[in-house]
Design a protein around this ligand. Structure first.
Ligand code: GRF
Length: 224
């Protein structure tokens, strides 16, 4: 059994992590757990993509993997019902979207609201959606970064929990910028998860609260 497996304990907070690809953010979570920086267990890693390289990262850490191929479902809603059922079997403390590249239905999001976090590679509210590094360069942004946020029904618009900034350097390409942002993603995602599983982070009335106080980030400027 792996270190991650040995440390699994009945009383520990549990995570289900959803991925679609490379899984480097998943790896950051697994590393934080293995190194004792994050006190939680990953109960399962679920991918909509059977070929996601991140599945091997989970297997190497001794974590159960499940594949739910969205192409086998007639509708987005049908896929989301199946996904919800798979997640609910683990009764996780928190569900983490770590490079999960599917838009989720409102029903799914409402079911998990308040215990569903996403990592997005931009300083939200700037550059929601895809190709954020290309968007940032095209807009002439001088700063870029990453945001961990609670997921609410509008895509990439849920209340931010934690943001990390990087300077855009002369000569940056989408690839060089992505690499610097990714390093920050790997730092802030386990940190935010740690806050949540420690009971310090909650979603209340559409606001992210840390230690009972609203999280102040530019992303939350327009939230009530
Ligand atoms: C990350 O940049 C994440 O923010 C975005 O997709 C990428 C996934 O990378 N949503 P990985 O699969 O965690 O390596």
């Amino acid at each position: 059994m792996t270190t991650a497996g040995r440390e699994a304990g009945a009383g520990r907070p549990s995570l289900v992590v959803l991925i679609s690809g490379r899984g480097s953010n998943l790896q950051a979570i697994l590393d934080a757990i293995r190194e004792g920086r994050l006190h939680a267990d990953v109960r399962a890693v679920i991918s909509n993509n059977p070929d996601a390289p991140g599945l091997d990262r989970a297997r190497r850490a001794g974590v159960a993997v499940e594949v739910i191929d969205h192409r086998h479902y007639p509708t987005r809603a049908a896929f989301d019902v199946e996904l919800r059922q798979h997640i609910d079997r683990h009764s996780p403390t928190l569900v983490v979207l770590a490079g999960f590249m599917r838009i989720l239905t409102d029903d799914f999001i409402r079911h998990f609201e308040g215990r569903l976090l996403n990592i997005h590679p931009s300083l939200l509210p700037d550059f929601p959606g895809l190709n954020t590094h290309t968007q940032a360069l095209a807009a002439g942004a001088r700063e870029h970064g990453a945001t961990v946020h609670f997921v609410t029904p509008t895509v990439d618009a849920g209340p931010a929990v934690l943001q990390a900034r990087v300077a855009v350097e002369p000569g940056d390409t989408p690839a060089t910028l992505a690499e610097r942002v990714l390093r920050e993603e790997h730092r802030i995602l386990p940190e935010a998860i740690g806050w949540f599983v420690a009971g310090r982070l909650t979603l209340r009335d559409g606001q992210a609260l840390l230690d009972g106080r609203p999280v102040q980030t530019p992303a939350n400027r327009n939230l009530r």
